[in-house]
Ligand binder design. Sequence first.
Ligand code: ADP
Ligand code: MG
Length: 380
Amino acid sequence: MQIFSSNDFQLGILGGGQLGRMLIAEAIRFDIQTSVMDSDPNAPAFPIANNVYLGDIKIENEVYQFGKSCQLMTIEIEAVNTIALRRLEEEGVLIFPQPHAIEILQNKLYQKQFYQNYNIPTAPFFYLENPLEIKEKKFLKPLVQKTCTAGYDGKGVFILRNEYDFQDLLIGPSIFEDFIPNALEISVIVAKNKRGEIHCYPPVEMVFHPTANLVEYLVCPARINVDLAIKADEIAKKLINSLNLIGILAVEMFITPEGEILVNESAPRPHNSGHHTLESSFTSQYEQHLRAILNLPLGSVQKKTDAVMINLLGEPGYSGKVKYLGIEEVLEIPGVMLHIYGKKETRPFRKMGHITILDSNVDEALSKANWVKNKLKVIA
Ligand SMILES: Nc1ncnc2c1ncn2[C@@H]1O[C@H](COP(=O)(O)OP(=O)(O)O)[C@@H](O)[C@H]1O
Ligand SMILES: [Mg+2]
């Protein structure tokens, strides 16, 4: 059944950020009509969607009203109202990823409990409804506090290195997990469609900014041995099957110095760590997500070339109407693929765009990436 080839078919997307924008760009290649809902009139996805709705993706009635006009709905961010999605599902709207999986993955406590229940390796943790109660415990080892909801880009995460850090606890129900020292961080994106095909991209390595707790650059393929890559692939596939999830799932993992793999967190949508696939893989993560939710054959995850991706972040100290410095110089370099998301205002460390550097040699790509990072600045 070619459900998307008719003019009436509407793919609804909750969230109109850069992930929604890049998803729509791929949907256009398949001539899929899109409707997007976001509360920001300047949402990056709005200018390229067929229909736009101003609305709050967290409010039941707004999501429900929006969804009624769609045949298929998906998300670009997991913080959405799932009560509305369950109602829509009952009324025959196809929703992928399914509401049951979104509910687990939108809450860090439910995620961790799920990993434990399904024997997915993860760091030990405990839960406190009131994080201040930790002050009554003896400080035994470094811990990481994560608020159960509303965290992203390191915002809901606080590393407790000693008892003095108890002063600066985050507010709200939280999990506290063991701090994993000197871990290498990788991400594996896996896709599954309704007919049961599962494809997994090669692991990518995430290198973090020392202070902003944001990915500074991303190296693909990850510089890890084959055995670890196979193990990571198996864990990602086991997780998507355990969740019974249709769509794509980005699984962030830690590799300890002893070679143990622990799942950090996962997200049922296109992910920052998969941007490079737009140019470096036979099938991009966005196209793969569309194929999965439309129950089309999944595309090849083979890489065409090595790549390094850097996020284009708002420079600290600048807020306001955005300006980009250094674009001409950067575009002189072969293999530089520039993506600007169209956000009108910059803020310190806000994700404004990204650059993928393609090169058959990953070390070469890394040195180009460093040069680009120093040259290209986002200011106001
Ligand atoms: N248990 C941990 N041990 C060491 N570092 C951690 C741990 N948990 C999180 N971090 C660091 O904080 C970053 C952000 O945490 P994460 O849970 O992925 O939250 P976010 O939703 O902000 O991505 C991780 O990528 C990692 O660098
Ligand atoms: Mg993360």
